[in-house]
Design a protein. Structure first.
Length: 460
C-alpha cells in the first residue's frame, strides 16, 4: 500500500543491492536506541530519532562532510534517507546542523566507543580472530593556524577589548592605532632586515596586553562576581604572555589549549599541532580494532598500553598475543594489560646468528605486513576527516578519532560486500559459460555420432 499520495516507497526507487542499503539493513540500530535512550527524557518536545542522529554522524564521516553539508546532502539523497531509517522520501531538512553538536555532547565519548565497537562486530569472526595486531601513532591536527607570539598577543588584546565592550568599562588607553603599526611590523618577520623591528613589536604587544589586563582587573574593583567570571580566561592570557621559547607545555592557541607541537621528522612539515592518536589494526584483515587519543606528547612506547586496553575491551574474549610495531616503540618487549594479559611487542631488529631460515622468513613477513597500517592511517586522514579536527577540545579529539575509525570499518565492510557481490556474479557467469561449453560439446558429440551411424548404415 502506498503511504504517500505523490511518492512511493523508497525501496521501490532504490537499488536493493547498493552497499549503503545493505549496510543499513545489517547494522543493528535497536542497539543504539536501547543504549542512548537513557540520555533522553519523556517530558518536553519530542527528540529527533536516535537512528537519524547516529546515521547522520556516520554519513558525515563516511562521505567526509561537515555538519552543515551532511544535513543538506541528506535532503537531496534518497540513499542517505533510507540509511537513517526513513521509508518515504523527505523534502525537508532532517534537523538543524547544530543538533549534531548537541547529540555529540549528549552521548559523549562513551557513546561513540559503543558505536565504534559495533562497527567491529559487523565483520565476520574469521577476520577478527587473529592473535597478532599492528599498532602505530599519528598526529590528529587541530583546527588552528601556525602559532606565533605576536599573533597570540594580538588575539589576547582583541579578546580583552571584547570584555571591555561587554562589561561597559572605560580603559585609560586602547592602543588601537599603535597595535595597527605593530601588526604591520610583524609581516615578513623572518627577513634579516626586519627581524629586529619585528622582535621589538612582539615585546611591545605583550606589554600592551599586560597593561590592558591590569587596567581591566582594577576597574572590576571589589566586584567578586566579575573577577570569578573571567578568572579562568585571565589565567590563560597570563600564561600565554609569560611563556618563552623554551617553556614546556606551551599554549599554541587560545581556543585549542590541549594542542601541542610534535616533530615526526617529516621533510615537508617540521611540526604538527594537535594531539597524538594511536591506531591498532588486525594483522591480515586490516580492520581497526582499537584507538586512543593522548592528552600529552608521550613516547610511542608509553601510548601502547592505552591503545591495547581499548582493543581488548572491543574484542571481548578474543586473545591477542603479539603486537607488531615500528622502531619508534623501542623501550619494552612486553606489556601487561589489566594485570592479567601479557602481550609481546615485536620491533624490527638486526638479524641474529642463531635465527633459523624459518624464523628469518617469519620476521620478514611480519614486518613487511606491519607497513599495511600506513595506508590505513592515510585513508583515515584523507577520507574520514582526521586530517584536520574541527571538533573542540580534547573530547573533540577523542570523538573525531572514534568516528573516523568507525567510518573506516564500515567502508571496509561495504567494499568487502561489493567485491563479494561482483566476484559472485563472475562466478555465476563462469558456471553458465561452463554449462554452455558442456552443452556445446554434447551437441557436437551427438552430431558426430549421427554422421558416423549414417555412414555405417546403422539403425539408431
Amino acid at each position: 500500500m502506498q503511504k504517500n499520495l505523490f511518492y512511493g516507497s523508497l525501496m521501490d526507487m532504490l537499488d536493493s543491492k547498493d552497499p549503503l542499503v545493505v549496510l543499513a539493513d545489517t547494522i543493528k540500530w535497536s542497539k543504539f536506541e536501547d543504549e542512548f535512550a537513557q540520555y533522553y527524557s519523556k517530558e518536553g518536545r519530542p527528540a529527533k530519532p536516535i537512528r537519524l542522529m547516529v546515521g547522520l554522524l556516520l554519513l558525515k564521516q563516511l562521505e567526509n562532510l561537515s555538519d552543515e553539508n551532511v544535513v543538506i546532502a541528506w535532503k537531496r539523497n534518497p540513499y542517505f534517507q533510507y540509511f537513517c531509517g526513513f521509508s518515504d522520501f523527505q523534502t525537508a531538512l532532517p534537523c538543524h546542523s547544530t543538533d549534531l553538536v548537541y547529540f555529540r555532547n549528549r552521548i559523549g565519548k562513551k557513546g561513540f566507543e559503543f558505536i565504534f565497537k559495533h562497527s567491529i562486530e559487523i565483520h565476520s569472526n574469521e577476520n577478527l580472530n587473529e592473535s597478532q595486531v599492528i599498532a602505530d601513532t599519528t598526529i590528529q591536527e587541530s583546527n588552528l593556524t601556525y602559532p606565533t607570539d605576536g599573533k597570540l598577543a594580538i588575539k589576547i588584546i582583541n579578546h580583552l577589548h571584547k570584555i571591555v565592550k561587554v562589561e561597559n568599562i572605560k580603559l585609560r588607553r586602547s592602543y588601537i592605532k599603535e597595535i595597527k603599526q605593530h601588526r604591520i611590523n610583524l609581516r615578513f618577520f623572518r627577513h634579516p632586515k626586519k627581524i629586529i623591528k619585528a622582535k621589538a613589536s612582539m615585546k611591545r604587544l605583550r606589554t600592551i596586553a599586560k597593561t590592558i589586563l591590569r587596567d581591566i582587573d582594577r576597574k572590576f574593583g571589589d566586584n567578586l562576581e566579575l573577577h570569578n567570571k573571567y578568572a579562568t580566561k585571565f589565567y590563560l592570557y597570563i600564561r600565554v604572555l609569560l611563556q618563552e621559547k623554551n617553556t614546556k607545555n606551551k599554549i599554541y592557541s587560545l581556543h585549542e589549549i590541549d594542542a601541542y607541537a610534535v616533530n615526526k621528522g617529516k621533510d615537508h612539515k617540521g611540526y604538527e599541532y594537535g594531539t597524538k592518536a594511536s591506531v591498532v589494526t588486525t594483522k591480515n584483515s586490516g580492520i581497526i580494532v582499537g584507538v586512543s587519543a593522548h592528552r600529552e606528547n608521550e613516547h610511542d612506547s608509553k601510548t601502547l598500553k592505552l591503545a591495547l586496553e581499548n582493543t581488548i575491551s572491543n574484542l571481548g574474549s578474543k586473545t591477542i598475543n603479539e603486537v607488531i610495531c615500528d622502531r619508534g616503540y623501542r623501550g619494552s618487549k612486553q606489556i601487561i594489560i589489566n594485570n592479567e594479559t601479557v602481550i609481546d611487542i615485536s620491533i624490527p631488529s638486526n638479524q641474529q646468528k642463531k635465527d633459523t631460515p624459518e624464523q628469518i622468513n617469519i620476521k620478514k613477513e611480519k614486518f613487511r605486513r606491519r607497513a599495511a597500517i600506513e595506508p590505513i592511517i592515510g585513508h583515515l586522514k584523507s577520507d574520514h576527516r582526521m586530517q584536520r579536527n574541527y571538533l573542540k577540545g580534547f573530547l573533540g579529539d577523542q570523538i573525531n578519532l572514534l568516528l573516523a575509525a568507525t567510518a573506516f570499518n564500515l567502508k571496509k565492510w561495504m567494499n568487502i560486500y561489493f567485491y563479494a557481490f561482483f566476484t559472485g556474479n563472475l562466478f555465476l557467469l563462469k558456471e553458465a559459460y561452463q554449462q554452455l561449453q558442456h552443452q556445446k560439446e554434447l551437441i557436437m558429440f551427438l552430431l558426430q555420432l549421427e554422421i558416423t551411424m549414417k555412414f555405417s548404415n546403422l539403425d539408431y
